[in-house]
Design a protein around this ligand. Sequence first.
Ligand SMILES: Cc1cc2nc3c(=O)[nH]c(=O)nc-3n(C[C@H](O)[C@H](O)[C@H](O)COP(=O)(O)O)c2cc1C
Length: 191
Amino acid sequence: MNMKELVTGCRTYRKFLQEPIPRETLVEMIENVRIVNSARNAQPLHYTVAAKREDIEAIMPLTMWAGAIPNGLGRPKEDEYPVAFIFISKIADGNSWSDVDLGIAADTLCKDAWLRGYGSAMLGAINGPKIAEYVGLKEGYELKLAIALGKPAIKSTVVDVKEDGSLTYYVDEDFNYYVPKRPFEEIVDFI
Ligand SMILES: Cc1cc2nc3c(=O)[nH]c(=O)nc-3n(C[C@H](O)[C@H](O)[C@H](O)COP(=O)(O)O)c2cc1C
């Protein structure tokens, strides 16, 4: 898979097949993200992996999905739940660079998952404190982001922005997603 294929396929998936992800795969993904770039090499992040069905069921009510799809219809149903979550927490020391580290780590995990055939959804709209309490997060860390994982049960396609200029993603009758992206000319200047 080349980079173009990777960034095209690695979309946000919100419905998953109920096939578990082997623990070794999750371990390898954490091993990879362990050594990515970090501002001042401070490495302020901590990862919590949850892949037991009982934990997924307990955590799902603390997550919000697809705000742009009306009536909560973008939320996965029980038989479409992710099969694993990786939560990313950061040391609560006010270091603003740690948000950049967080983005790098989240992207690494999602791209790594896609290279292994798993889809992902980064979720920022979560009840971080409640999830932190549930997973027993260590003192001094804030739980910032959830990455939901599993084999996608739907497709997602990048499309051009329509004439009305809306960037809002939308779905078809089978809940396949269409994700408008701004055109090349709009987002870049070569000087
Ligand atoms: C930092 C971040 C937080 C996000 N939080 C949520 C979320 O809470 N719930 C959700 O359904 N999608 C969430 N998303 C997914 C975005 O909605 C999605 O990336 C966007 O619609 C573009 O789709 P694409 O990822 O397929 O390009 C988040 C994405 C990012 C990068």
